[in-house]
Design a protein around this ligand. Structure first.
Ligand SMILES: [Zn+2]
Length: 143
């Protein structure tokens, strides 16, 4: 799956390209490349899990026979448990159902993102998460 379909992978690639422009020596850093490849693979796996959950929602019928439609996304923490789910509503009767996203992809992606962030911070003093957030804020302000 290409990053143009996956907004998270797009954002990661965008941020990392910016980092690579600032620090061209990264192109010959094997550990950086390995961590980046792992993160892109995990971001893709996570995205595919999300897509599969949405496909399940669309295939599921409400008890009244109506078509379900994803309406909301809930993400948070309850005690030690991270939950990530999509709320779907029936187009016919409006009753809601909750579908849990699998957690494996999310956890792998988060772990890989932290590993890459730690490595860039320790070895280069760069925080790519700050760069991505800065870019998002600049776009929101129409820059
Ligand atoms: Zn219904």
């Amino acid at each position: 799956m290409s990053s143009s379909e996956n907004p998270m992978a797009y954002l990661l690639e965008f941020g990392l390209r910016k980092v690579e422009r600032e620090r061209p020596e990264l192109s010959s850093d094997g550990q950086y490349q390995a961590l980046k490849d792992q993160l892109m693979r995990d971001a893709d796996g996570h995205f595919q899990e999300i897509q599969a959950t949405y496909a399940t929602v669309l295939k599921t019928r409400c008890t009244c026979g109506g078509q379900l439609e994803p309406k909301d996304h809930e993400f948070g923490r309850a005690g030690d448990t991270i939950y990530d789910s999509v709320i779907a509503k029936c187009k016919a009767c409006g009753s809601a159902q909750e579908f849990q996203f699998p957690k494996d992809g999310f956890i792998s992606e988060a772990r890989s993102a932290m590993a890459l962030r730690d490595y860039l911070k320790q070895s280069y003093g760069i925080d790519y998460a700050d760069i991505i957030m800065g870019e998002l804020q600049a776009r929101q302000h129409g820059a």
